[in-house]
Design a protein around this ligand. Sequence first.
Ligand code: ADP
Ligand code: MG
Length: 295
Amino acid sequence: MLNRLKVVPKTSDTSPNGTSSTPNGKGNPADLGTFVVHGRPIIVEHLNAWYGKHLSIKDVSMTIQPNQVTALIGPSGCGKSTFLRTLNRMHELIPGARVEGSVLFGDQNIYATNVDPVATRRHIGMVFQRPNPFPTMSIFDNVVAGLRLMGIRDRVKLEAVAERSLTQAALWQEVKDRLRSSPLSLSGGQQQRLCIARALAVEPEVILMDEPASALDPISTQQIEDTITELKQVYTVVVVTHNMQQAARISDFTGFFLIQRHGDPGQLWEFGPTAKMFSTPQREETERYITGRFG
Ligand SMILES: Nc1ncnc2c1ncn2[C@@H]1O[C@H](COP(=O)(O)OP(=O)(O)O)[C@@H](O)[C@H]1O
Ligand SMILES: [Mg+2]
């Protein structure tokens, strides 16, 4: 499975502050062939997110480790999606929505005044709950849509990126002979992997996924989980899931969000290595939630 990613060198350094590739010290770099992992952590400090006057999440601090999968769990409405959208400045796209606190991507605060939110979203990409391919574009054009927006027209380059991204999203074999077809001819699971490929095409460092498998059947869910596990060799993944078994299976770290009382903002109630969180949770509410006693 590893060799799907092994032969995929990054074509450029896409980091906004120009950091160069450095080994992350995990495992044997030779395992990754010519590719050298250079992930940066995301350090969230005292983050509040508002919708108008409504404080949705309060005082969230968390460090998201590079090249790891971080799962976000918790009952519906406790701010998981909101938090995810603050990590790449998508929250502020909602009228009246705003953020306080800081999100450091490496040493760059993505909320600093000189940071371009569009560039941030390219480095920190997003995959949504429902597959949302562009319906009037072909499969190929979907994958390379972001590159075209960046002004890249070179056919050879676009074809290379499409193959690389679709391979990383574990979809290439299924679509390589029908790249000109409509994405609507694909199954829901294939459409979601197409959306993952589209997010990967612009060479982000981080992929945010909001319940990426919740609309899918069990086999497609399994494929998405396998894909996530492979992606972390190259990317940092943050995934919201309402499925506790899924969090336990695929993540290295887990954050449990909770609203203490009705009307309160969501808070990060507990955060830590997934194995520890699921075996010896530190807080009673976490234990009750992961054992299925509420939520
Ligand atoms: N676009 C929005 N406008 C106003 N309030 C919102 C919006 N999206 C979410 N909220 C509110 O923010 C809170 C957290 O929602 P959300 O982040 O979607 O939670 P979760 O993903 O954990 O289910 C809820 O009270 C929800 O009603
Ligand atoms: Mg949500």
